[in-house]
Design a protein around this ligand. Structure first.
Ligand SMILES: *Cc1c(COP(=O)(O)O)cnc(C)c1O
Length: 214
């Protein structure tokens, strides 16, 4: 078995070991890694991939096409990148303002299924991180009713590691307040168990699958 296949199995075992009622989907975060590494994960059964940088993502999407992969955009979004994101991804986790949501909606090709989007929440109110603040969420959500080509599914966060337990719990409360939504994208290599215990439905795992990034 390849190292990547072995790592993937270990991560899946860690996920399965957490007692939870919700189904958890593993997203393999492959930023900076070559298509050949992703192919090893695909050969081991992995279908969901998360990418942060548009150009390198597009290269890999093209190189790996025809394998029914599900691509998640998880990085910061500049307005001039929304068209290619809308055309090439199934999920976007990092929607942090309505302007970006509107552009993704307007630019989603008609022949594709609705683009699934998550609202990124700056759960610890950190000036260095993007995302909407907790107090802004209730005002933003109703606007998504105007968007026919995207579907708001839930929330994503990148908590401060110093208090991730509390932050994950806050995210769970936010989802509870919005019973129409069903996705919480939280948990990375270091804290996936804690995230799942607090209700994560997507975990985004990079280094524990593909090794450290340069
Ligand atoms: C890189 C990245 C991850 C994966 O982090 P690891 O610690 O390598 O598992 C998850 N989410 C986002 C948004 C990332 O940028």
């Amino acid at each position: 078995m390849s190292m990547i296949a072995e790592n993937l199995k270990n991560v899946q075992n860690r996920i399965n070991a957490v007692d939870t009622k919700k189904q958890v989907t593993l997203i393999a975060v492959s930023k900076t890694k070559p298509a050949s590494d992703l192919q090893q994960a695909i050969d081991a059964g992995q279908l969901h991939f998360g990418e942060n940088y548009l150009q390198e993502a597009l290269d890999k999407i093209e190189a790996l096409k025809g394998q029914n992969l599900i691509w998640h955009f998880i990085g910061p979004i500049q307005s001039n990148k929304t068209k290619q994101i809308a055309e090439n991804f199934s999920w976007v986790h990092s929607v942090d303002r309505l302007k970006i949501a509107k552009r993704l909606n307007d630019q989603r090709p008609e022949n594709l299924e609705k683009l699934n989007v998550l609202l990124q929440v700056n759960i610890d109110n950190e000036p260095t991180k993007s995302g909407v603040l907790i107090d802004e969420i209730d005002e933003i959500i109703p606007h998504f009713e105007n968007f026919q080509n995207i579907s708001l599914r839930g929330f994503m966060c990148i908590p401060n590691p110093d208090n991730s337990q509390q932050s994950f719990a806050k995210m769970a409360k936010i989802l509870q307040k919005n019973p129409d939504l069903d996705v919480l994208s939280m948990g990375m290599s270091a804290d996936l168990e804690l995230a799942i215990e607090n209700g994560a439905t997507f975990v985004r795992i990079g280094s524990d699958i593909f090794g450290k990034r340069a």
